[in-house]
Design a protein around this ligand. Structure first.
Ligand code: PHE
Ligand code: ZN
Length: 876
C-alpha cells in the first residue's frame, strides 16, 4: 500500500539499463512463513548506458533483507541504501559478483504476485513486476539473464519445478530434498517461475518437425488428473500449428504446464513452465461447458505461442506490452479459427471487442495500444492492449496478405531473436520484408479512441456510377489534443436487387479493400446497372464503428443474402438494435410496446432455413446484450434498456414458439459428447431455443428444461438447463435445482465457479440479497480471484438489471467489496471497480450514485497503487 501518491511513469523517460546481469543463480529454501532466498548475480556495466559507474539500483518490494555481498566481501549496512521499493548499492568496478540473501512470506501473500501458496502448493507469478517481491533485482524486461534455480523443500512437496532443464536432484539433510534447474535461454525476470507441491502429472510427448522429442507434462492435484486430456490435445495441436503456419519449432526438451486454483489472470507463459489458472486448463465433458473447452484450447495455444512471440523475442519495456500480447492474441485467434468455425470465432471476438473494448476506449482509463504513461502496469493488461492490439496486427495481415505477413514475421523473429524490442521493431520488420511503407498505419499504435466511418452513397443512373463517400473521425477524450486520419483497410462488397454479388472490376472480383486514409474520400465504381446495396466492413476488417443508414428492409435483405457470414450476423445485430431503440423510445413515452416484424421475420427465416450452418443460426438468434445496447447509446437509460430487452425476448419467444420447439427437438440427440465445432454449434442452437422457450414461462417449456437438467450427460446441457430454470422457473423449482446442482458438484471448483456466476448473472435470482448470501456461502472465498470474478464480477458486469437498480444499492455494494478486496489483492480490486467508473455514460441521479460509490472507495483508506490509479482517473 502507498503512503505517498503513486508516480506516473512515462515512455518518453525510457533509458537503457545501467547494468546488465549475465547470470542469475537462485537458491530457495521453502517455508510457508519464512522462505529463504539467496541470489548470486554476475553484474556488468552496460556500455550503451554511458560512462562512469552510477550506483546499482535494484527493485525490491516487501522483502526482508538479510545480507549483501560484493565480490565475496560482506557489505555493512552503510555500504548500501535500502528504500521502500528497492536497494541502491554504490559500486567501484564495471563487473562484479553480487550475492544477496533475503526472506519472504508466501503464506501471507494474498496479492498472488511474487511467491505465494495456493492450497498448500508454492507457486510464483512474476509478470509484470512480481519478481521484485521475491528478491532484489533489476526487474525490467530489457535485462535478460541466464537463470539457474535450486529449490529446497520438505519431502511432502515432492514436485519441485522451475524453468529449463532439470540438472541435479538429491536429499538435503534428513527431511528435505532439492532440485536444480537450468534455463539455457537468457530471459527477463518476469518469465521466471517456481512451483513446489504434492502434484500428480499427466505425460505425453511431441515430435518436432526436425525430429526432436519433447516431453510434455501437465501437473495438477491428484483429483484432477482426469481433466487434463483436452489441454494436452490442445497443446500438441498448438505445437504443430506454430510449425506449419509460422515455421516456429519448440526449443527445449521439456514443456510443463501447472494448474493452480488461485490466479489473477488466465495463464502465464513462463519459459518452459506455463502456469495456468485451473479454470483455463482443466476440463471433462461432465464438468466443463463447450465454451470452457474452447477457452482452454485457445489459452493453451496462446501461452504456447508466447514461446516465440514474447519469450524468444520479448518486450523492451512495459509500454510495448501489446507487442507480445496483440500479436499472440492474433495468433491464438487464427489457431482457434483454423481448428473450429472461423466465422463464429470472428463473431465472438468482435462482439467482445465492441462491447468491452469500445467502452474502455470511451471511458476514463482510455489508452492507446502503446500507452505513453501509467502508474501501475498491472492496470494495463486490458482489452485495448490485447484485443485491439490483435486487431491492429490483423490489419497488417490484411494489408500484406498471408504470404507477405509471413515474410514479415520470419524477418521479425530472425532479426530480434534473443532481444527485448519495441512495437516499432515489429512494424519495421513487416515493412522491410515487404518493401512497403506503414508510416501512416503506425498511428494506430499511438492514437486513443474508436474511429468512426460515416458512409454515404450516391448512384448516377445515367452513367452507371456508384459513389461511396467515406468520412473518418475519432472522438477525442479530454486529455487528447488531436487525432490524425488513420490508414483503415475497409473491406466491401455489393449486392444487386436479386441478392447476387456484383463484380467490382473486369476480373470479376466481388470484394475489395478500400484504403481509407484521409478525412473524406470518394470511391467510385463503374458500369453498374442499378443502385447496389453495399456490404460494408466485411469480416470487421478494422476496429471502427461504421455509420450507414440501412433501412430495416435492407438489413433483412443482408441477413438473407450477404455472402459474408460476418455481415449477415452484423445485419441481424443492427436490426435488433434498431428494434430495441424503438421499444426504449415507446417505453419512455409511456406508449404500448410493440416489436417490429422484420426482426421476427428474420429469426423465423433463420429457424426455417435447414441449410444454414447451425453455428451461424445460433449467433443470429441472439439478441445483443444489455452491455452492447448500452455501449451503442450516447447516454444510457438502464431501466429502458432492461425493459426493451425483456419485452423483445418474450415477444420473439411467443411468436416463434413452434419453430423453437421444432428446432429444439430436432437437435436434442443423445449422442456422446465431443467438443468439435459441429456438435458445439448444435448444442448451442438447441440451448438458445430452450432459453427462448422458457422465456414464455409456460409449464411445458419449464418441464423441458427440467427434463434436460435431470438427464443431461454433459455440462453444456446441464448448465444451460439450470440457467433457464434459474431465470424463468418459480422460486421453489429454481431453488431446488440450484441446491441439487450444488450437492452434486460441491467438490469440483470449476463447476462451483460456474454455479456461482449463473446465480450472480441472473436478472431474476441475482438480487442484491441473494448476492450477499452467496458471499457468505462456504463455496465463496474472497482470496480466490475466480470466485470473486464469478460473484462480484458477474453481478457488476453481466447482471445489468440488478446492478443498475435505481436506488444505487448495487454500486454501493460493489464499492464495499472493492474496499475489502484492496487489502487482499489490489489487482483484483482495481478490476472489480471498473463497472462503477463508467458513470459519465449515465445521467442524473444514476450517474451521481455511481460517482458517490466511487468516492466512497476513494475515501475509505490509503488505496493501493492499482486501485488509486483507476479511481483517481475516473473521478478526476
Ligand atoms: N502474460 C499473460 C498472458 O497473456 C497474462 C498475465 C499477465 C498473467 C500478468 C499473469 C500476470 O498470456
Ligand atoms: Zn499473453
Amino acid at each position: 500500500m502507498q503512503d505517498t501518491q503513486p508516480k506516473t511513469i512515462y515512455l518518453k523517460d525510457y533509458r537503457v539499463p545501467d547494468y546488465l546481469v549475465d547470470t542469475t543463480d537462485l537458491w530457495f529454501e521453502l517455508d510457508p512463513k519464512a522462505t529463504l532466498v539467496k541470489s548470486r548475480l554476475k553484474v556488468r556495466r552496460n556500455q550503451a548506458a554511458g560512462v562512469g559507474l552510477p550506483p546499482l539500483l535494484l527493485d525490491g518490494v516487501e522483502l526482508e533483507l538479510l545480507s549483501v555481498t560484493l565480490d565475496g566481501i560482506l557489505l555493512s549496512p552503510a555500504g548500501y541504501r535500502e528504500f521502500p521499493e528497492g536497494l541502491s548499492i554504490p559500486v567501484d568496478r564495471a563487473e562484479f559478483l553480487l550475492e544477496i540473501q533475503n526472506r519472504i512470506n508466501p503464506e501471507d501473500n494474498t496479492s498472488l504476485e511474487g511467491l505465494y501458496l495456493s492450497n498448500g502448493m508454492y507457486c510464483t507469478q512474476c509478470e509484470a513486476e512480481g519478481f521484485r517481491k521475491i528478491t532484489f533485482y533489476p526487474d525490467r524486461p530489457d535485462v535478460m539473464s541466464k537463470f539457474t534455480t535450486t529449490i529446497v523443500a520438505p519431502t511432502d512437496h515432492p514436485v519441485l519445478l522451475s524453468n529449463g532443464n532439470e540438472i541435479e536432484r538429491g536429499n538435503y539433510g534428513a527431511d528435505r530434498q532439492f532440485v536444480t534447474w537450468e534455463d539455457p535461454f537468457a530471459k527477463p525476470a518476469y518469465l521466471f517461475a517456481l512451483v513446489a507441491g504434492d502434484l500428480e502429472q499427466v505425460e505425453d510427448s511431441f515430435m518436432t518437425v526436425s525430429g526432436r522429442t519433447v516431453k510434455l507434462q501437465i501437473f495438477t492435484e491428484t483429483k484432477n488428473v482426469g481433466k487434463c486430456d483436452h489441454a494436452m490435445r490442445s497443446l500438441k495441436s498448438a505445437m504443430r500449428w506454430d510449425e506449419e503456419v509460422y515455421g516456429r519449432e519448440y526449443d527445449l526438451d521439456i514443456f510443463m504446464v501447472v494448474a493452480v486454483d488461485h490466479f489473477n489472470m488466465g495463464a502465464m507463459e513462463n519459459k518452459g513452465l506455463n502456469i495456468f489458472n485451473s479454470a483455463c486448463v482443466l476440463a471433462s465433458p461432465e464438468t466443463a461447458t463447450d465454451s470452457a473447452f474452447q477457452r482452454i484450447e485457445s489459452i493453451v495455444g496462446h501461452e504456447y505461442f508466447h514461446n516465440w512471440s514474447g519469450n524468444r523475442v520479448t518486450c523492451r519495456d512495459w509500454f510495448q506490452l501489446s507487442l507480445k500480447e496483440g500479436f499472440t492474441v492474433f495468433r491464438d485467434a487464427e489457431f482457434s479459427a483454423d481448428l473450429n468455425s472461423r466465422a463464429v470465432k470472428r463473431i465472438e471476438d468482435v462482439s467482445l471487442l465492441r462491447t468491452n473494448q469500445f467502452s474502455e476506449d470511451a471511458g476514463p482509463m482510455a489508452h492507446s495500444i502503446r500507452p505513453d504513461s501509467y502508474m501501475e502496469i498491472s492496470n494495463f493488461y486490458t482489452l485495448t492492449i490485447y484485443e485491439k492490439g490483435a486487431e491492429v496486427v490483423r490489419m497488417i495481415h490484411t494489408l500484406l496478405g498471408e504470404k507477405g505477413f509471413r515474410k514479415g514475421s520470419d524477418l521479425y523473429f530472425k532479426r530480434h531473436d534473443g532481444c527485448a524490442v519495441t512495437c516499432e521493431d515489429f512494424v519495421k520488420a513487416m515493412e522491410d520484408a515487404n518493401q512497403v511503407s506503414l508510416t501512416q498505419f503506425r498511428r494506430w499504435y499511438s492514437q486513443v479512441g474508436t474511429p468512426v466511418l460515416d458512409v454515404k452513397d450516391h448512384f448516377d443512373e445515367t452513367q452507371g456510377v456508384y459513389q461511396l463517400t467515406v468520412r473518418q473521425s475519432c472522438p477525442l477524450s479530454e486529455k487528447q489534443e488531436e487525432n490524425l486520419p488513420l490508414h483503415i483497410p475497409f473491406r466491401v462488397g455489393m449486392l444487386d436487387s436479386t441478392g447476387k454479388e456484383i463484380s467490382l472490376n473486369e476480373q470479376g472480383l466481388t470484394e475489395t479493400i478500400l484504403h481509407v486514409n484521409g478525412t473524406e474520400q470518394i470511391f467510385e465504381f463503374f458500369g453498374l446497372k442499378e443502385k447496389p446495396l453495399p456490404s460494408l466492413l466485411r469480416g470487421f476488417s478494422a476496429p471502427v464503428k461504421v455509420h450507414y443508414s440501412y433501412s430495416n428492409e435492407q438489413l433483412l435483405f443482408l441477413i438473407r443474402n450477404d455472402t459474408d457470414t460476418f455481415n449477415r450476423w452484423e445485419a441481424s445485430q443492427r436490426l435488433a438494435l434498431n428494434s430495441l431503440a424503438e421499444l426504449q423510445e415507446a417505453y419512455r413515452k409511456g406508449e404500448p410496446l410493440q416489436l417490429r416484424s422484420e426482426l421476427i421475420d428474420a429469426y423465423r427465416g433463420v429457424l426455417k432455413d435447414r441449410g444454414l450452418d447451425p453455428a451461424l443460426s445460433a449467433e443470429i438468434l441472439q439478441l445483443p446484450s444489455e452491455q452492447f445496447v448500452a455501449e451503442e447509446s450516447v447516454f444510457i437509460d438502464s431501466e429502458a434498456t432492461v425493459v426493451a430487452l425483456e419485452f423483445a425476448r418474450k415477444a420473439i419467444a411467443e411468436e416463434l414458439a413452434d419453430e423453437f420447439i421444432r428446432c429444439y427437438c430436432e437437435l436434442n440427440s443423445q449422442k456422446s459428447y465431443s467438443p468439435d465445432a459441429k456438435d458445439i454449434a448444435e448444442r448451442r442452437l438447441k440451448n438458445i431455443c430452450l432459453s427462448y422457450l422458457c422465456a414464455t414461462e409456460t409449464q411445458e417449456a419449464l418441464d423441458m428444461a427440467q427434463n434436460q437438467f435431470d438427464s443431461a450427460s454433459n455440462m453444456t446441457d446441464s448448465a444451460a438447463a439450470l440457467t433457464a430454470l434459474i431465470n424463468y422457473a418459480g422460486d421453489s423449482q429454481a431453488e431446488n435445482s440450484i441446491a441439487q446442482f450444488y450437492t452434486r458438484w460441491q467438490e469440483d471448483a470449476q463447476v462451483i465457479e460456474l454455479w456461482l456466476s449463473q446465480q450472480s448473472c441472473s436478472p431474476k435470482r441475482g438480487t442484491l440479497k441473494n448476492i450477499r448470501a452467496l458471499i457468505e456461502h462456504p463455496a465463496f472465498e474472497m482470496t480466490n480471484p475466480n470466485k470473486v470474478r464469478s460473484v462480484i464480477g458477474g453481478f457488476a458486469n453481466r447482471n445489468f438489471k440488478q446492478f443498475h437498480k435505481n436506488d444505487g444499492s448495487g454500486f454501493e455494494f460493489v464499492a464495499d467489496q472493492v474496499i475489502a478486496l484492496d487489502k487482499l489483492n489490489p489487482q483484483i480490486a482495481a478490476r472489480m471497480v471498473i463497472p462503477i467508473t463508467r458513470w459519465r455514460k449515465y445521467t442524473g441521479a444514476h450517474a451521481e450514485e455511481m460517482q458517490m460509490a466511487l468516492q466512497k472507495v476513494a475515501d475509505s483508506h490509503v488505496l493501493s497503487k492499482d486501485l488509486f490509479e483507476v479511481v483517481s482517473k475516473s473521478l478526476g
